[in-house]
Design a protein around this ligand. Structure first.
Ligand SMILES: Nc1ncnc2c1ncn2[C@@H]1O[C@H](COP(=O)(O)OP(=O)(O)OP(=O)(O)O)[C@@H](O)[C@H]1O
Ligand SMILES: [Mg+2]
Length: 352
């Protein structure tokens, strides 16, 4: 089992801890095809030139509107998809291109928990078999050791042992998700991609699953990529936050810094949408920006800054030149012309 090195992201020590996951310039493009001969007529840039560092023991939350590329990036980092470009290092090893055998070995270390526990569990397998399958596939111990491991897994996710012989259809949504989590833990992974693991569940159940995920993280030293639409969950769970827009990470940094002082107008708009009962917290968001207009398709990404057609602070430069990343105080990185040093358009808002 990995030695857990807890990191409070954003604290001075974070940058000294070697990242577990390092992505540089990662892209995932899907071809758009048409007709009988599936002729390629375009490309969906679901993930485009993403850089990301995820430190051991932290929760890196990925947020953004539907279609912004969160699931695709999660699948690329978990190596369920091969990236179209860029490189990914996991625990110092280059996992960008791997043969089948190498990928299988990597599966022991990286797991994914999906949003919908009903479709991700085989309805014809009982809980015992669902949890045993990864152990058999990866040649874990003999039958007795596997049976013992399955019991341990049930205990870890706080399910009673009589559940072993139940089929998924006889479990509630929360219980199914606990089985999904137990299955992900079977091979003692280091890194788990949690793709909206609670969004299909009732609110009361969500809180219990979140508490379970937090306890497992501390107990087992897990590193999470936590994909969610729910920004109040991010506030509760995340050390570090990455904000995606049309396949790009437009802002990333320590969760507290981003919640207190978002720098990208898109992040600000997203945060302005969080329902909050806390007046003090509401007052922290400097200037509330409504999020208007539809998200454009990643098959037709606007020129310049991809957010410019919806941005209330758009300047002329934003329509033509893509902003590069700028590092700001508090370990924050943002890609926005409002923060570009020496930018010709800086401080000169264009008439829209
Ligand atoms: N296998 C695929 N083939 C073609 N296009 C795809 C594929 N998977 C995703 N896309 C496209 O890539 C873009 C990003 O999709 P993705 O599912 O990663 O977004 P998301 O941020 O997870 O959205 P949501 O919040 O709705 O889950 C979308 O335009 C989607 O239609
Ligand atoms: Mg998704």
């Amino acid at each position: 089992m990995t030695q857990h090195t807890p990191t409070a992201a954003g604290e001075p020590g974070r940058s000294q801890v070697e990242p577990l996951v390092v992505a540089r310039g990662v892209k995932k493009y899907f071809p758009i095809t048409r007709g009988l001969f599936r002729q390629q007529v375009g490309v969906v840039k679901a993930v485009d030139s993403v850089d990301i560092d995820i430190r051991p023991g932290e929760t890196f939350a990925l947020v953004g509107e539907s279609g912004s590329g969160k699931t695709t990036l999660g699948k690329v980092l978990a190596r369920l998809y091969e990236p179209t470009g860029g490189t990914i290092l996991f625990d110092g090893q280059d996992i960008t291109r791997l043969h089948e055998g190498e990928l299988r070995r990597l599966r022991r270390q990286i797991q994914v928990v999906f949003q919908d526990p009903t479709s991700s569990l085989n309805p014809r397998r009982r809980v015992k078999e669902i949890l045993e399958d990864p152990l058999v596939i990866h040649g874990f111990g003999d039958a007795r050791q596997r049976a013992q491991r399955v019991q341990e897994l049930l205990d870890l996710v706080e399910l009673p042992r009589e559940f072993l012989y139940r089929y998924p259809s006889h479990l509630s949504g929360g219980q199914k998700q606990r089985v999904g989590i137990a299955r992900a833990l079977a091979l003692e992974p280091k890194f788990i991609v949690l793709d909206e693991p609670t969004s299909a569940l009732d609110v009361s159940v969500q809180a219990k699953i979140v508490a379970l995920l937090k306890r497992l993280q501390t107990q087992l030293g897990l590193t999470y990529l936590f994909i969610t639409h729910d920004l109040s969950l991010v506030r509760n769970m995340a050390d570090h936050v990455g904000v995606m827009y049309l396949g790009r990470l437009v802002e990333q940094g320590p969760a507290r810094r981003i919640f207190e002082r978002p720098e990208h107008p898109y992040t600000n708009a997203l945060l302005s949408c969080i329902p909050t009962v806390d007046e003090e917290e509401l007052a922290l968001i400097p200037e509330k920006i409504p999020l208007t207009g539809e998200t454009p398709s990643p098959a037709r990404v606007p020129a310049g800054c991809p957010f410019h057609p919806r941005c209330p602070k758009v300047m002329d430069v934003c329509r033509h030149i893509p902003p590069s990343f700028v590092a700001l105080d508090g370990n924050l990185r943002v890609s926005c012309h409002l923060h570009s040093e020496g930018d010709p358009g800086r401080g000169v808002p264009a008439a829209s």
